[in-house]
Structure formats: C-alpha cells, structure tokens
Design a protein around this ligand. Structure first.
Ligand code: CA2
Length: 145
C-alpha cells in the first residue's frame, strides 16, 4: 500500500459554494469522497485543508515523523506568495504534485509565478478538479518505479 496526503490551501474549503464559473460546482467534501473512491489500486489517501499558513506548515512538518509516499498540494494563493510553504515542502523527501483547478496562466499576472513549481514532481493546471486525479495517477506511476 502507498500513502498519499492531499493538501488544500486557503479558501479551498469554499469549493462548490462560491465562484463555480472558475472553480466548478463540486464541494471539497465531494472531491475528497470522489478521490477516495477512485484512488489508484493500493493507494491510501489522507486529506487536510487549512486557511492558516502556520497550521499548513506544521502539517507538512509532521511528515518528517510520519512519512507518506507522496503529496498532492493545491497551495491556493500561497503558491504565489509563500517562501515558507516552499521551505516546508523542501524539508520532506516525498515527491509532491502541485495542482491548480484553474489555468493560472490565463489569469492575472500575479498568479503566473509559483514558489513551489520548480521543486515539484509535476504541475497540473487548468484541468478542473480532474487535476487531482491526474496528480494521484502521476504519483502512483512514480511510486511504482
Ligand atoms: O486554481 C487554483 O486551484 C488556485 O490555486 C486557487 C486559488 C488561487 O489563489 C490560485 O491562484 C489558483 C484560490 C482558491 C480559492 O478557492 C475558492 C473556491 C471556491 C470559491 C472561492 C474560492
């Protein structure tokens, strides 16, 4: 069995409740249920969402004592602002896939830069919530080899 942690950053608890034209109509709970039931064979998922940067950093630090095989992270707005989230992700050995529901490159210029893309295994943007499924498949392939 492999273990993968799916992390969602600020405001993503509002998925399906606001701005459905940008982020779709699926709630975070629905997304987590769908990922759990459709996860690659042999993959166990755990989920965490926070609107608080320090709490997200603490959750990432826990991985030093309780390691996982891979991480999927949508860092939300921290993508574009946070050296601290980057530094936390650098402390863990597990590979991570960065996911963005929207195509950040088709949006405001401040969303074009990511502090974490260059240390990610892969980056998936603009595929809607299906991007999370692609991320799990990417990690699964990586873990198998
Ligand atoms: O496209 C993405 O997944 C983003 O990471 C979402 C972030 C945004 O700051 C990034 O530039 C791109 C924002 C998440 C806000 O999520 C909401 C979901 C539903 C309703 C309102 C906000």
């Amino acid at each position: 069995m492999s273990k993968v942690l799916v992390l969602n950053g600020p405001n993503l608890n509002l998925l399906g409740q606001r701005e459905p034209e940008v982020y779709g109509a699926t709630t975070l709970q629905d997304l987590e249920n769908r990922l759990t039931s459709g996860a690659p064979t042999g993959m166990n998922l755990e989920f965490y969402q926070s609107n608080h940067e320090g709490e997200m950093i603490d959750r990432i630090h826990q991985l030093m004592d309780q390691p996982v095989d891979g991480i999927v992270i949508n860092p939300g707005a921290w993508t574009h602002t946070s050296v601290a989230i980057r530094d936390a992700l650098s402390t863990v050995t597990a590979p991570f896939v960065e996911v963005h529901i929207s195509n950040v490159h088709a949006r405001e210029a401040f969303r074009h830069h990511s502090y974490v893309s260059d240390i990610a295994l892969a980056v998936i943007v603009g595929c809607g919530i299906q991007g999370y499924t692609f991320a799990l498949e990417t990690l699964d392939q990586h873990i198998q080899h």
